[in-house]
Design a protein around this ligand. Structure first.
Ligand code: AMP
Length: 271
């Protein structure tokens, strides 16, 4: 990959879209976005063991290499990089990249060491593919902010683009993990979107107190999925991730909820 890129970059600008595979239209939108900002796009598929805790779904994470390659091709992607775990983390691997405070809250608090795995793999992918442009999804909002910080702090000369969340027709944010739901469970997965929409509507009608909004969101979640387990509902400043008590400009609401043992995340800018 490094020698391919060395030749390529003499004539073309390179876009990078890192993924864990089992691609959906959200991933496709990132490839299309990357193509608008670069000459050739490298899509990577790697289910990164370093970002999964031992109790998480590494072993059953859905995979479909053939289908993924078809989707990448039809999106206009020309290069796919699918390393093996042993290529990325050979025996006696010892080096990790970590971002400070930004990676400690929300997802970082619920999934310790998750972001350390994410920043390490993305730094490695940057070094392997030497992109001019990289595109990440707002769906994983905190991940995007942590990676943006890493890109800046480590002086990677890479244009960093965050692309909007692509949703199913009914509002569910597309995710490879949606495959885990049975048809009977699937409607309950809308709990997160319904809660976010409720928050947005409350803010529109001038309710700015986050504890009041949170209470209502919890009720919506329980009504949509009575067995849901809320991991967190957080209101933060979009850039700093600092908690916000009263909704002000640039407040984003993020949440993580377990729906029938599937941990989903979603977010929405409220103002
Ligand atoms: P993943 O394969 O889930 O690790 O995601 C790879 C990239 O796709 C990340 O930058 C995600 O934020 C992005 N992504 C995942 N779901 C969506 C979505 N529904 N809309 C837009 N981007 C997404």
């Amino acid at each position: 990959m490094q020698s391919v890129v060395r030749e390529l970059s003499k004539k073309k600008t390179i876009g990078l879209v890192p993924t864990m595979g089992f691609l959906h239209d959200g991933h496709v939108s990132l490839i299309q976005k990357a193509l608008k900002h670069s000459d050739i796009v490298i899509t990577t598929i790697f289910v990164n063991p370093a970002q999964f805790a031992p109790n998480e779904d590494l072993d059953r994470y859905p995979r479909d290499e053939k289908g993924d390659i078809e989707k990448i091709k039809s999106a206009g992607g020309k290069i796919v990089f699918i390393p093996k775990a042993s290529d990325i983390y050979p025996d006696n691997y010892q080096t990790y990249v970590e971002v400070g405070d930004l990676s400690q809250t929300l997802e970082g608090a619920s999934r310790p060491s998750h972001f350390k795995g994410v920043t390490t793999i993305v730094a490695k992918l940057f070094n392997i593919t030497r992109p001019d442009v990289v595109v990440f999804g707002l769906k994983d909002y905190q991940q995007a902010m942590v990676l943006k910080k890493m890109t800046h702090d480590l002086n990677y000369p890479i244009k960093f683009i965050i692309a909007p969340t692509v949703r199913e027709k009914d509002g569910l944010a597309m995710s490879s993990r949606n495959k885990y739901f049975s048809p009977k469970q699937r409607p309950e997965s809308l709990a997160l979107y319904f809660a976010l929409k409720t928050a947005k509507e409350m803010v529109k009608s001038d309710i700015k107190d986050t504890s009041q909004i949170k209470k209502e969101m919890k009720a919506v979640i329980q009504a949509t999925c009575p067995t849901a387990q809320i991991d967190y509902i957080a209101f933060t400043d979009f850039n700093s991730l600092d908690p916000v008590k009263k909704i002000v400009k640039n407040t984003i609401c993020s949440l993580a909820v377990r729906i029938h043992a599937v941990r989903l995340i979603d977010n929405m800018k409220l103002l």
